[in-house]
Design a protein around this ligand. Structure first.
Ligand code: 0RA
Length: 646
């Protein structure tokens, strides 16, 4: 809501403010995206964004976030503090206006360059409206000020509660359980990876996170402090820690073009993956947009010109495509746009036309200089590009074979696929099952009306380490493409995915509940992440959760998914309970598999979501890359799904 029409008296205005807050509570998804886990975490980002604004304006260099014992959140910053003086138009303290009026989150002084703001840019009042309780404490003008709210309504006027020479703002809020009905439990990993990202995107800013719900082995609260002296180049090093770089230093530049601040950092590594992460005002633009296309254009143009002039392409028998310039490239593009227009399905695609030229020009100019000053790196890059082009030609042939099969409809479906009879893809599910024997059980246990089974042989190819044409030549992977009805590559873009003919809207990965099973699961997920990311983004990928135990006593039987559950059942069943531990899917009979894992009425499917693209990329490269120690370390410390799970 922008400037409200002029009203005769203050009370009329405050009624309107109330209506705005009521609207947030009535239609929360319009403001924060959803009321599930994402929306819940979005509340924290919204508050932190206000502190980041203060930092970007040069008034704040530290933000501390705490998850309290009761899942409430406290953020502390050392900015100027939210103004507490009388807001003339509203007749109450400015703090109260900021906290209780939708759209008042922005700075009051028009000159300030406000470019941050959450995904939906709704402000802290929105968080207040969706909290059963919120307390704001402001350190400003030598005093400590306080106000509390219930579901967005102030409980008392702003009051001074003490004296202090500090400046800053503390906000503590408890998300409203009547709105976030699914869960109000915060995920430490989700918050910490976003805060880490923010620290890299805002160099010089210290951001900490503390989880007061748990203590570690040393009897201390789990806590991390994020700080980056140089920003994006360090972010690149973090993301590429387990990849092998092709050059000594990260290529980085920073500047302003046509009023658009542009920051880029990039490096080439020995992998075959393209990892571009783009941000607008600190928001990860998953769907890309004009800044990303500007980057691509600038990069291709500059490298092509350099390669042509170098004579290295003279004897080349094939063309070089845009893709070839980005194989093994990890890059971050961060721009600041005063009035960003976000488009796309998830509103994470930048639409502002003018930004494309700004980024493209900035990249061209700065990269041209870099290549001239670093001839060795320049040569390395061109060699890598030539190799990529070569591999692409080999891959194209392999891919055409996959395509041809798909077009052949039923006759072309993989022999191992046991298809379902339903034709409507929205009602169909396919289970990707580890091994032929479990595949057989699943085939007997399923509802053949809407459930298809595709058994996969043992370990599927590790796509993280394989060149593209090897991936497309792989039998299991070809089977996945043809069974799902997904094709890849068009005339213009050799990596474009076509999922419009997707044959099953639920793709369920079903593996043993042991170490081997979880490794295979990760291999399959890596494949989807690198080659069919849109299936994950559109919510089509799920993980089945087979039980670990069957507890029996006489005629009574019950399944358990973890040790606590098992113990609870045993104590309820009493003396004489028998426990069967399922080591794999193969140990269950068809009926048991249906009852526990496949029947939509009783099963639990975990939907795979990517809540932080950069972090997911880093984790896959670490889990599936060459270096073993960091991988083992990670698996020991975290569940594999820490950052990719729903
Ligand atoms: C409005 C105006 C000013 C600062 C802020 C809001 C502000 C909001 C938040 C939210 C969390 N921390 C914050 N810190 C500051 C400008 C104040 C001035 O001109 O002194």
């Amino acid at each position: 809501m922008s400037e409200a029409p002029k009203k005769q008296d203050y009370s009329a205005d405050s009624i309107q403010a109330l209506e705005g807050m009521e609207h947030v509570r009535m239609r929360p998804s319009m403001y924060i995206g959803d009321v599930g886990t994402r929306g819940l975490h979005h509340l924290v980002y919204e508050v932190v964004d206000n502190s980041i604004d203060e930092a970007m304006a040069g008034h704040c260099d530290r933000i501390d976030v705490t998850i309290n014992e009761d899942n409430s959140i406290t953020t502390v910053d050392n900015g100027r503090g939210i103004p507490v003086g009388l807001h003339k138009k509203e007749g109450v303290s400015a703090l109260e206006v900021v906290m209780t009026k939708i759209g008042a989150g922005g700075k009051f002084d028009k000159d300030s360059y406000k470019v941050s703001g959450g995904l939906h840019g709704v402000g802290v009042s929105c968080v207040n409206a969706l909290s059963e309780h919120l307390k704001a404490t402001v350190f400003r003008e030598g005093k400590v000020w306080e106000q509390e709210y219930e579901r967005g309504k102030s409980m008392y006027p702003v009051k001074a509660v003490g004296e202090s020479d500090k400046n800053g703002t503390i906000v503590t809020f408890s998300p409203d359980k009547t709105i976030f009905t699914q869960t109000v439990e915060y995920n430490y990993e989700t918050l910490s990876s976003r805060l880490r990202e923010l620290a890299y995107l805002n160099k010089g800013l210290t951001i900490s996170i503390t989880d007061r719900r748990h203590k570690d082995e040393k009897d201390e609260y789990v806590s991390e402090i994020f700080y980056s002296e140089i920003g994006l180049p360090e972010f690149i090093q973090y993301l590429d820690a387990t990849r092998e770089p092709l050059m000594k230093d990260v290529i980085a530049f920073e500047g302003e073009k046509n009023g658009v601040p542009v920051e880029v950092a990039m490096i080439y590594n020995t992998s075959y993956a393209e990892n571009l992460h783009s941000y607008v005002n600190n928001i990860n633009t998953h769907e890309g947009g004009t800044h990303l296309s500007g980057f691509r254009r600038g990069l291709t143009h500059t490298l092509k010109k350099f390669a042509d002039n170098s004579g290295m392409l003279d004897k080349l028998k094939f063309d070089i495509a845009g893709d070839d310039f980005r194989e093994g490239l990890t890059a971050i593009i961060s721009v600041k746009v005063a009035e960003p227009q976000f488009e796309g399905q998830t509103k994470t695609k930048l639409g502002n036309r003018e930004v494309s030229a700004s980024v493209s020009q900035a990249v061209s100019e700065m990269l041209t200089d870099y290549l001239e000053e670093h001839p060795d790196d320049a040569k390395t890059i061109v060699q890598k590009v030539i190799l990529a082009a070569q591999a692409r030609h080999a891959a194209q042939k392999a891919r055409e074979m996959v395509q041809r099969k798909t077009v052949m409809s039923i006759g072309g479906l993989p022999g191992k696929l046991s298809d379902c009879s339903e034709q409507d893809p929205t009602k169909c599910e396919v289970f990707l099952v580890e091994g032929d024997s479990a595949g057989g059980t699943a085939k007997q246990g399923r509802d053949r009306m809407f459930q298809a089974i595709l058994p996969l042989r043992g370990k599927i190819l590790n796509v993280e380490k394989a060149m593209q044409h090897k991936v497309f030549e792989n039998e299991e992977i070809k089977n996945i493409f043809t069974a799902l009805g997904v094709t890849i590559g068009t005339e213009e873009d050799s990596k474009a995915l076509n999922i419009s003919k997707l044959r099953y809207h639920k793709v369920v990965i079903m593996c043993d509940a042991d170490i081997d099973g979880s490794h295979i699961e990760t291999l399959i997920l890596t494949f989807f992440f690198r080659y069919m990311k849109e299936l994950i983004e559109n919510g089509h990928i799920y993980i089945a959760t087979p039980p670990l135990y069957l507890v029996k006593r006489g005629a009574k039987k019950q399944y358990a998914w973890d040790d606590d559950q098992r113990n609870e059942i045993v104590s309820r069943f009493g003396e004489g309970s028998k426990i069967q531990r399922y080591k794999g899917l193969g140990e269950m009979n068809a009926e048991q598999l249906w009852d526990t894992t496949m029947n939509p009425e009783f099963r639990t499917l975990r939907q795979v979501v990517i809540d932080n693209g950069a972090e997911a990329d880093r984790i896959f490269s670490m889990l599936m890359g060459d270096e073993v120690p960091p991988r083992r370390d990670f698996i020991e410390k975290n569940a594999i799904y820490a950052n990719i799970d729903a």
